[in-house]
Unconditional design. Structure first.
Length: 331
């Protein structure tokens, strides 16, 4: 049998009630006493009984997150920021990289107070709907308007990128991204690029659109090498993701082109790591801190007020300037 609150109370020399309040971060317990109790609890290997906690408070203070990919840097960064926001609200988070059904079953056993799901894991969305647990989705799950979701205005992001390059004098702009029809985020970026090019009266030719067939570094690297073999090299490239953009930079450098002197680059995914690439990239998208906060705030709103109107919101993207873009030199 594991360590109980009663065991901690005996060692600490305080009441059962005081230990319980300290473990739940109650302001009624003096800081010195609270720190002492927490130290003793850690030394004794105390693990909270979530089921018992739920019987008393009707909540476990746990959020479940169905993680779509452990390989994509941008999503990993978002999950880390989401976890930080959850901890700020005195909750804990558990992750599952299993299927939606398997993950929800696990979350039910833990009696989680809410679930965060990524649109990429929507193949079993009907099962998720039947769970009767507060849910927020990052992305529009399978056209299910019954699930509250937070998403990004991807078309607006592409507009900002094209507009920024256009104002710098660029007319030959290429978009390197994944045009997969089964990923609504990527198809919206693709459509947004086409609309922006049309709006600024920029010509779309063969090398304007390069399909990577995936979202990782190698996809971006290979696609860029194909582009740079063209008879006419663009003056600017927009990359469809952080990982794709990393591959773009490497291919450009291996072809002895200088960024931004010879070619300007903008990358999608507004995460701090864009500034840590071989060439710090100007980036577009919703800042990851804002995205994480919107997702968690929406879920906590549902938990605290189950009858509230589900939030459906597309967030406004921003452009973060770095050193990867330059004015086009006039002949």
């Amino acid at each position: 049998m594991g360590t109980t609150i009663k065991d901690i109370a005996n060692v600490s020399g305080v009441s059962f009630s005081t230990v319980s309040k300290a473990l739940n971060n109650s302001p009624l317990v003096k800081l010195e006493t609270k720190l002492k109790i927490l130290k003793i609890a850690e030394e004794m290997g105390y693990e909270p009984n979530f089921a018992a906690r739920r019987l008393v408070s009707k909540e476990t203070k746990i959020i479940g997150l169905v993680w779509p990919s452990i390989e994509r840097i941008a999503l990993s960064t978002l999950v880390t920021k989401i976890n930080a926001e959850i901890e700020k609200n005195d909750y804990s988070m558990i992750l599952s990289i299993n299927s939606t059904k398997s993950a929800v079953e696990k979350f039910k056993r833990f009696q989680v107070d809410g679930i965060i799901i990524f649109e990429e894991n929507d193949n079993q969305i009907d099962y998720l709907l039947s769970s009767k647990i507060p849910i927020i989705s990052y992305g529009h799950c399978n056209n299910q308007t019954t699930i509250p979701y937070i998403d990004v205005n991807y078309k607006k992001a592409m507009y900002l990128a094209v507009e920024y390059l256009y104002k710098l004098g660029h007319k030959d702009i290429s978009y390197i991204g994944d045009f997969s029809l089964n990923d609504s985020r990527q198809t919206e970026k693709y459509a947004g690029f086409l609309e922006a090019m049309k709006q600024f009266n920029l010509q779309i030719i063969g090398q304007s659109l390069i399909n990577t067939g995936g979202l990782d570094w190698q996809n971006g690297y290979r696609a860029t090498n194909r582009l740079l073999q063209s008879s006419k090299i663009p003056s600017a490239i927009i990359g469809g993701s952080y990982d794709i953009s990393g591959g773009i930079i490497r291919a450009v450098m291996e072809n002895n082109l200088i960024i931004p002197k010879d070619i300007s680059i903008i990358g999608y995914d507004n995460i701090p790591k864009m500034g840590d690439l071989e060439t710090p990239l100007t980036s577009i998208g919703v800042p990851v801190e804002i995205l994480a906060k919107k997702i968690t705030d929406s879920l906590f709103q549902q938990i605290q007020n189950p009858n509230s109107v589900p939030l459906i919101q597309k967030l406004k993207p921003e452009l973060k300037e770095r050193i990867s873009c330059a004015q086009v030199k006039k002949d």
